[in-house]
Design a binder for this molecule. Sequence first.
Ligand SMILES: CC(C)(COP(=O)(O)OP(=O)(O)OC[C@H]1O[C@@H](n2cnc3c(N)ncnc32)[C@H](O)[C@@H]1OP(=O)(O)O)[C@@H](O)C(=O)NCCC(=O)NCCS
Length: 155
Amino acid sequence: MNLLRLKRVTDKYFDDIVKLSDTLTEYQKTCVAPNMRSLAQAYVNKKRAWPRAVFLGNKPIGFVMLALWDEDIPKEDLPAYYLWRFMIANPYQQKGYGTRALDLIKEKCKNEHIRYLYTSCEMHGEQPYQFYMKYGFVDTGRNDGEQILKLKIEV
Ligand SMILES: CC(C)(COP(=O)(O)OP(=O)(O)OC[C@H]1O[C@@H](n2cnc3c(N)ncnc32)[C@H](O)[C@@H]1OP(=O)(O)O)[C@@H](O)C(=O)NCCC(=O)NCCS
């Protein structure tokens, strides 16, 4: 099985990572911002954003971006990260790579003594809600336009 890794977005792969967004279905495009927008946001939120390409061997197949803090996360769950953006290119979906990418994020959280990973997701259509539930996220019952989910990071 090819190694899955999270790598910095360099100039060499910039276009490839931007183009991954074009592979998503019209519905999926409503679930996650285009990678171009995320990379621009990372540029203007340098300290808060942690953008990484998901590589399968030498091939970029996805993109993930954490927010290293988020003001809406309840104080009792801090320290916590927020999974701000997450996508796997359509031809690589449903093969376990999303799960493996989340494992790598969880590992980072553990190493950095983070207690919770938060995220939010759309609740209409074939949403990624089930994907997050299967992974172990729980529904906080809060909805700020999107449903708020959280994952406890076991130490
Ligand atoms: C959500 C996403 C990252 C999942 O990645 P993936 O590589 O397809 O996920 P996996 O192959 O690891 O799937 C793990 C499990 O979740 C299930 N799953 C994945 N996407 C699902 C969906 N949209 N609806 C229901 N179940 C889903 C898979 O069937 C699999 O279940 P199984 O273990 O019983 O077979 C990917 O579908 C994606 O990029 N979607 C578009 C962007 C998006 O919605 N991002 C999230 C923003 S909140």
